[in-house]
Design a protein. Sequence first.
Lengths: 229, 282
Amino acid sequence: MIRYTSVHKEYPRTGVALTGVSLAIGKGEFVFLTGPSGAGKSTFLKLLFFEERPTRGEVKIGPVSSATARTRDVVDLRRRLGIVFQDFRLLEDRTAEQNVAFALEVIGTPQGAIPARVARALAQVGLAGKGHALPRELSGGEQQRVAIARALVNDPFVLIADEPTGNLDDRATRGIFDLLRAINASGTAVIMATHNMELIRRNPYRTLELNRGQLVFDSADTPGDGEGT
Amino acid sequence: MRLALREALLAFRRAPLLSVLSVTTIAVSLFAFGLFGLVAVNLRSALQRVEERVEVRAFLAEGTPADAAAAAIADILVFPEVATAEYVTPERALARARTELGEFEDVFEAGVLPGSIELRLREGQRAPATVAAVARRLRTFPFVDDVRYGAEWVEKLYRLRTIATVAGLALGAAFAAVAVIIIGTTIRMTVLARAREISLMRLVGATDGFIRLPFLLEGLAKGVLGGGLALGLLYIATRVISAQLIEVTFFDPPLAAGGVLAGALLGFVGSAVSVGRQLRRV
């Protein structure tokens, strides 16, 4: 489903962000991505949704290759991905419902189909009664749930989460993580960048560790450690 | 399209202050440009009025019969440059001189002033070289004593018109450039205020065309509003100046509509450039 082949990413100003990364992630997997700050996690994720392209090597997501993808391919790919960020990235002047509906409206979903899909996504993340609330009226955990609902509303085949619990307390973290697990259990692959080692230790999912741009650990390569592919 | 229209309208409601600021900035820029335009239009029409008074007079020899003058007029009216030609008898010349120079009416005696043929030239045929050529042709009539048309005055008028045209174009271009820069910056502020929304749209798979459309409509609407406001202010300015200082004319309807259209175009292009730049960045 997702394949990184000898991926090298270098930025003109900050230098090498990733080097020699090769791996494959299968359909429906749950993967932790960890490593210290500056290890290349964000670059790894940006390559996944084609916000960046590798300097060398290839990232392939389904049939879409970084070497050949055109703008239209990227647009189509992003419609099948869900992306969640540490800072939620909600539109402050729109309600929870409107934030979720936004993801449907901008890809031209027929207006009549939107309310039901929004309601379903909000119910899925446990916010059925809070559709009319503005982001500032919600707790951090609830705001992240809205962001997840927005990511889920297009039925993505993979959910990319960049430090989704980074701004949350322990209780909210557990809630969001349980939600991500439930989403994964329904067949959506989840790739979650996190610094939370406790979370990684307690959950038997595949773990990728980056350090200074290199993939230094992949639990899939270690027999009996993590689930792997 | 419906969604783009809704988003464009919502942008005014979500950021009313910024929207008012954008419209006002566009209006003020176009107002300054329009003031200059008003000066140019009025200067041009004043020069045109002066130019219409360019007249060539062929003074006839004493004793030239009226029918010879009439025959000459028929010939002169065939000249492509000539709009009108009129015979002024010595008696009429005397009467006119007495009326125009009332204080000196005693000086004029009958028979002192010669008869003449007075010519007015067609529009576009009043350049110094053309006027001189007509004068030369008039001198070929045997009974024409002298031809006068104020050569120096016509040349000065033409020089003034050339200077006014060149200065007008240069200043107009400068004003327009400043207006474009100010309007572009204002619209860029609007786009930057919604940078998060633009990046989100991209992340969830909106096409660039879809992202652009609401901003283009918003820019267009602001341009029309700014252009209309500027036009209103210019009209008020025209009335005030006419009442207090000097009679000035306002833009004719096509030019006024052109001004609003220019505002719309500025808003549209300014938005297109700013959104394009933002899209390249995210």
